[in-house]
Design a protein around this ligand. Structure first.
Ligand SMILES: [Zn+2]
Length: 359
């Protein structure tokens, strides 16, 4: 058994017990199962599920699994968004008046992120985590966030996790908060207002270049799951290698986690290229507007699980490529380049006016 350092990532459905107790069981169970699956679907390597506790899903990932651990905040947002998207879809698509269907909007999602030491003990197919920081990660689920901040859905990130990820909570708009626990004393945490982020996400225009409208198109299969492919694709040293760059630097003043508006300048033997993210949904896709060599282009990079060879969730040690993180052992990496707005709105604005003028 080795002591490792890494991240603890726990999702926990708000209002779960009350919903189950006060609703007709058949529809309540259907709703909760669907929501639970929507969370599990989005938990991908390098996160490893170590177990469940009621409605809480306990995951971890060692430090060594990341080039850019800050992507854990992107993972957190993707899980929250798919949870809320499904909840809204189910609400819109039911005409049932039972308590479960009427009260499903009382459900929400909390996600906890902590960093520290742990030991992994393998018990059958389950990996049991042990250690002082593991206990603290569990304790965080009992907190006063609702009482103090009135939030039923949120991401709670400990100061230790923020430091390990290199994230400035102020730049991320997080709220400072503290909790007290026996044996641990005061624990400083920061709260990511996920419902507010979801609201912004819903109101946002999407910019995607589709294959049908592309002027050029390239694709490749890589033997790793989507988040790992993205971790490599967005790493500065890797970009230098991939594109044979002499240098690459980030040029926006914001710093911190990459997002819409993050920009780069690349120096290449043949000339300079600048690009800025105009849509950012890793690992599903990112779209950037690039200019260089006298050309402006809109480029969408899609990272999708390769069709037909998705593995069942249990085969973490997949038999296809025998890599540790092969729950989805092949990923299709697609780069689509277009020079027109391709949101399907029909405006056909040149790409330099993207995002689309129609809105
Ligand atoms: Zn119902």
């Amino acid at each position: 058994m080795n002591i490792e350092n890494g991240y603890f990532f726990i999702s926990d459905i708000t209002g779960y017990t009350q919903f189950l107790v006060h609703s007709e069981l058949d529809h309540a169970k259907e709703i909760l199962d669907a929501l639970f699956d929507s969370i599990l679907d989005r938990i991908q390597s390098p996160l490893v599920v170590s177990g469940t506790q009621g409605d809480a899903i306990i995951c971890y990932a060692p430090d060594a699994a990341f080039h850019q651990p800050a992507q854990l905040l992107d993972v957190m947002e993707r899980i929250y968004y798919s949870f809320r998207r499904l909840l809204e879809f189910m609400k819109l698509n039911t005409t049932c008046n039972c308590d479960a269907c009427v009260n499903m909007s009382t459900l929400d999602l909390k996600i906890f992120l902590h960093h520290g030491q742990y030991l992994v003990q393998q018990i059958g197919t389950q990996s049991d985590l042990q250690g002082r920081d593991v206990i603290l990660a569990h304790l965080l689920m009992k907190n006063r966030v609702f009482e103090k901040l009135g939030l039923r859905g949120y991401g709670l990130v400990t100061e230790r996790a923020l430091q390990a990820m290199g994230i400035d909570p102020v730049a991320e708009g997080m709220l400072a908060h503290m909790e007290q626990y026996e044996h641990y004393g005061t624990v400083n945490v920061h709260i990511h207002n996920l419902p507010a982020a979801w609201q912004r996400e819903r109101e946002r225009n999407r910019t995607v270049v589709t294959a049908e409208e592309a002027t050029s198109y390239a694709g490749a299969f890589v033997p790793v799951p989507p988040w790992i492919a993205w971790d490599y694709a967005s790493n500065m040293d890797m970009k230098k290698l991939f594109y044979d760059l002499e240098s690459i630097e980030r040029t926006d003043a914001e710093g911190g986690r990459e997002k819409i508006g993050t920009s780069f300048h690349c120096h290449h033997k043949m000339g300079d290229i600048s690009y800025v993210y105009v849509d950012y949904q890793p690992p599903d896709y990112v779209t950037y507007k690039g200019s260089g060599f006298g050309v402006t282009s809109l480029v969408t990079v899609r990272i999708a699980p390769a069709e037909g060879i998705q593995h069942p969730r249990t085969s973490w040690n997949g038999y296809c490529c025998r890599r540790q993180h092969s729950d989805r052992c092949r990923t299709q990496f697609i780069i689509i380049v277009g020079d027109r707005c391709c949101r399907g709105c029909g405006c056909r604005q040149p790409a330099e006016n993207a995002p689309c003028a129609i809105g």
